[in-house]
Design a protein around this ligand. Structure first.
Ligand SMILES: Cc1cc2nc3c(=O)[nH]c(=O)nc-3n(C[C@H](O)[C@H](O)[C@H](O)COP(=O)(O)O)c2cc1C
Length: 354
């Protein structure tokens, strides 16, 4: 927890405990980032491979947060984070973007240690004020990255997390303490650990802090925020889901049904279970599912059927096991304030009960 204080130095508008929205590709756009930062968290924009579209999002943030930026010691710095799926991304274009917008945080994920090292050095050169956070899913990767990149923070993504992640992972319950112990053994004491995966409320957040995290990331919880860019049919599926371990599943099938899966073998993803996942688990080969899908998508007669199935049955709705706890739509700023306040109450209650 002592390392949590380091965030205040470069994220001075934030409050403790630090609440962060995951940079969810396609979902976390400027609306969500602005709302979370305004509520005293770290708002983030998710990965986009179209640099022009991303620049336009960053311009919107710059416009909407100009009052906050004017109060910072570096008024050119954008008080948000930007997510990069490093695997396959063009380094030069990204460095130009970071040099222009100087986001407070660059969140890197999904790459080899060597690529992460190259990106970390490039960001520190192109935009020295930008802090590098790296999301990882296992102890070995965390140690390799700590030694090779010495990032400003490591986000430990547990297996409960929604979206892509390591196929062979552990929940944050064991991941955070094991990484913390291993770092201590190496005498690396200045990299704060941030928890991600399954946290949707003050109880999960308090537990993460008790495990040794210095901040808390939520992705799935913000899928129920009015500021998230998400089709209504997906949002309804999130609100209706219960029993998160049953309602979601980790698999590569969610990427494979639409065609070749470009994700490296070590990654899969957690999604709401859908019709195709169930069919595949029952033995239907992936090629049969793909042919059926393609015939439905291309046939005029069957378009009605496709539309009906478009929700939970057909779409890949990335969501974590915490989905069962999400029962209402709300504003992202309220979510941040509620979780922050409840975290304090939960920790106090737990301490008093000892
Ligand atoms: C819809 C969705 C999209 C995501 N997209 C990304 C992404 O583009 N880059 C990334 O590093 N993580 C992504 N993630 C994973 C998050 O960074 C984070 O690990 C996860 O949301 C935490 O677990 P939770 O969803 O249970 O809160 C995504 C997660 C979700 C739910």
């Amino acid at each position: 927890m002592a390392l949590a204080a380091s965030f205040k130095r470069y994220l001075p508008w934030t409050q403790t405990p630090l609440i962060i929205n995951a940079p969810m590709s396609g979902v976390a756009t400027s609306d969500l980032a602005v709302a979370v930062t305004r509520a005293g968290g770290l708002g983030q924009i998710g990965f986009m491979d179209n640099m022009r579209a991303l620049s336009s999002q960053l311009e919107t943030v710059r416009h909407e947060l100009q009052d906050l930026m004017a109060s910072l010691s570096d008024p050119q710095q954008l008080p948000i984070g930007v997510g990069v799926i490093v695997y396959g991304s063009p380094l030069g274009d990204w460095m130009q973007l970071f040099a222009t917008y100087k986001p407070a945080v660059a969140w890197l994920s999904f790459a080899s240690t060597e690529d992460l090292r190259v990106w970390t050095e490039a960001i520190r050169y192109s935009s020295p004020a930008t802090k590098v956070w790296i999301q990882l899913g296992c102890v070995r990767d965390a140690l390799d990255v700590a030694k090779a990149c010495h990032p400003d923070a490591m986000v430990l993504q547990g297996s409960d997390a929604g979206g892509h992640g390591l196929a062979k992972g552990a929940s944050i319950i064991s991941l955070i303490p094991e990484v913390a112990d291993a770092l201590e053994e190496l005498e690396i004491k200045d990299i704060p650990l941030i928890a991600a995966g399954g946290i949707v409320d003050g109880r999960g957040s308090a537990a993460a802090l008790a495990l040794g995290a210095s901040g808390v990331v939520m992705g799935t919880r913000f899928l129920a925020a009015t500021e998230a860019r998400i089709p209504n049919v997906y949002r309804d599926a999130i609100l209706q889901a219960s029993d998160g371990g049953e309602a979601t599943a980790r698999s590569r099938i969610f990427d494979e049904i639409w065609g070749p899966n470009f994700w490296p073998q070590k990654y899969d993803g957690r999604c709401l279970r859908n019709k195709f996942y169930d069919q595949h688990m029952a033995g239907v080969p992936i090629n049969n599912i793909r042919s059926w899908l393609s015939s439905v998508m291309n046939s005029e007669e069957e378009k009605g059927e496709a539309k009906e199935l478009m929700g939970q049955d057909m779409g890949s709705i990335w969501a974590g096991t915490g989905v069962g706890l999400i029962k209402r739509l709300g504003n992202a700023g309220d979510f941040v304030r509620e979780v922050r306040e409840d975290t304090g109450k939960r920790l106090t209650r737990a301490t008093l009960s000892l």
